[in-house]
Design a protein around this ligand. Structure first.
Ligand SMILES: [Zn+2]
Length: 543
């Protein structure tokens, strides 16, 4: 109580000292938090950086007395000039605006009062014996080798995957497979599967460069920057027929707590909705509009959306991106004249995780081993891995105070209907089934998929919250949260017969060497269990 009073008093004093609504804030660039004196200032929407620090960002800029010029944009473009403002006696530049104009973006973290500046990956292409990489802002990169299978790994710090996916490079004779994923929230990882990877010895800081993949016996492998203007902002191109300017929609919350967003559709346009993770997003593609990149930050946490962005899509149209502040049950109503998204808090969320009953269902067991992989004398079985992950998860959730029910805690067979009957009669709040994937062709598919039943928005939201955490720690590609109707018309039995929100997690492919090497590791199994627990907690309690 006394601490609260002291905090209030301190807050009051601070606000008396600075009645300007600004707060000191940190700035993170390329995976590092900068030491700034005088500090950057946050006004609730924009981060103001004293101009003396600008060069630390490594951006293509020229600073004059009243403005910053973005040197990669043509000088007569209005977007090329940003006015400076005086804040607490220092001339400051608006960093969010700056990042956006250069094709990057920023993420504000309230607890740590930190703004993270991030580039978008724009291109990764194999060209002969070179890998060519392009990002919207300079990123710090480093390479290293990994074994089993042999890979050359390139980490781009301060980078995120774009809202519109980057086409994967086609495998070549030298490079058997390419993977691009968000390794952690601030790092994009590109992994090239090859027989003899050579890590490039130097690190760098560029927005466009190429890496030679062929070692020669004499010269070391070098990475070189390409002398081209690093950042080019793409002008939105006109589309056929006559494109209309896009009106940013307004989010509205009704008395039932449903947040609604409507976008009118041009004649004959067909919208597309996608759910994306890390960060949690809903992307709505609407053709037929003309739009420059715009970003709005929402102040009201009850809107479930903290940032609303519109980005031009290659070939015309707009992608509206809703960056979510929590997992949501989403309903999409698409008609001839418009599309409406209804967002609401998913079923059984709210309150604390410790108040919930959770059924954990380790896939297979006993005489039903699930997917199997034989390697010499060793046989790896799905049932063993799913049980290990489930037991870790049960322990983590119990420690949190939740009531946990396992459909099996040992190596025994349990019928599918028995599993859900147990869950339904216990009136559980959530059902989580854990499996490993497998397909007819070894080494052809890799990554994590989470299934929900048919078009159940509450289960999809649960799956998205969990996948959002798994992709942060797994190092495996995300294959998305999918309806089980893509597998069977009737869906999956354990999901169909569950009366509560239910998901089935296919952690990775047991018949892909990359995934298998991870799946069998106890440390990996534990990490996955931690991610599931974290995702479930975020789903219940909000992020
Ligand atoms: Zn299975």
């Amino acid at each position: 109580m006394r601490r609260v009073a002291a905090g209030l008093l301190l807050g009051l004093l601070l606000s008396l000292a600075w009645a300007d609504g600004l707060r000191e804030a940190k700035l993170s660039v390329r995976g590092e938090t900068l030491e700034l004196n005088p500090p950057a200032l946050w006004d609730g929407r924009e981060l103001w950086l004293p101009v003396m620090h600008l060069e630390k960002l490594g951006l293509p800029l020229e600073v004059s007395t009243h403005a910053v010029r973005l040197t990669t944009l043509s000088p007569d473009q209005s977007a090329a000039h940003l006015p400076l403002e005086m804040k607490r006696g220092a001339s400051c530049a608006p960093i969010r605006d700056l990042a956006r104009r250069l094709g990057g973006f920023t993420r504000w973290d309230e607890p740590s009062q930190t703004l993270t500046l991030l580039a978008r990956l724009q291109e990764a292409r194999l060209e002969g014996e070179n890998l060519r990489i392009k990002t919207s802002l300079p990123v710090a990169w480093r390479t290293f080798k990994l074994e089993n299978p042999n890979r050359l790994v390139i980490d781009l710090a301060g980078c995120a995957l774009p809202d519109v996916p980057v086409p994967l490079p086609q495998p070549s004779e030298r490079v058997h497979a390419v993977r691009i994923g968000q390794f952690d929230p601030n790092t994009v990882r590109i992994a090239l599967e090859m027989d003899t990877p050579h890590a490039v010895p130097e690190n760098g800081l560029h927005s466009e460069w190429q890496i030679a993949l062929t070692p020669t016996s004499l010269a070391p492998v070098v990475a070189e920057a390409i002398d081209a203007p690093p950042v080019v902002m793409e002008e939105a191109r006109p589309v056929e027929p006559t494109p209309e300017p896009f009106q940013m929609p307004v989010l509205q919350r009704n008395a039932q707590g449903v947040v609604q967003l409507s976008v009118p559709l041009p004649e004959g346009a067909r919208p597309k909705v996608q759910f994306l993770e890390n960060p949690l997003r809903i992307a709505l593609d609407v053709p037929g509009y003309l739009q420059e990149a715009v970003e709005q930050v929402m102040d009201d946490p009850n809107l479930f959306v903290h940032t609303l962005r519109a980005v031009p899509v290659e070939g015309g149209g707009v992608r509206l991106v809703l960056e979510l502040s929590r997992s949501v049950g989403a309903q999409i109503l698409s008609g001839k004249t418009g599309v409406t998204l209804n967002l609401r808090a998913p079923r059984n969320t709210g309150g604390k995780l410790r108040e919930k009953i959770i059924v954990i269902d380790p896939g297979h067991g006993g005489a039903q081993p699930g997917a199997r992989w034989r390697e010499g004398k060793t046989v790896i079985e799905e049932k063993t891995i799913t049980l290990a992950i489930s037991l870790h998860l049960a322990e983590l959730l119990s420690r949190e105070g939740a009531k946990v029910i396992l459909t099996r805690a040992e190596d025994k067979a349990v019928g599918l209907y028995e599993r859900t009957a147990l869950s339904n009669s216990a009136n559980a709040h959530f059902f989580i089934s854990i499996h490993c994937d497998s397909n007819p062709r070894p080494n052809s598919a890799s990554g994590t998929t989470i299934y929900y039943h048919k078009n159940d928005a509450d289960s999809r939201a649960l799956g998205q919250a969990i996948l959002n955490e798994i992709v942060k720690v797994s190092g495996l590609p995300s294959r998305g949260v999918r309806s089980d109707s893509v597998l069977y018309q009737s869906g999956l039995a354990v999901l169909r017969t569950s009366t509560m929100p239910a998901v089935l997690i296919e952690v990775g492919f047991l018949n892909h060497s990359f995934d298998r090497a991870k799946l069998v590791q106890p440390a990996f199994q534990k990490r996955i269990a931690e991610a599931i627990a974290k995702g479930l907690k975020a789903h219940v309690e909000g992020q």
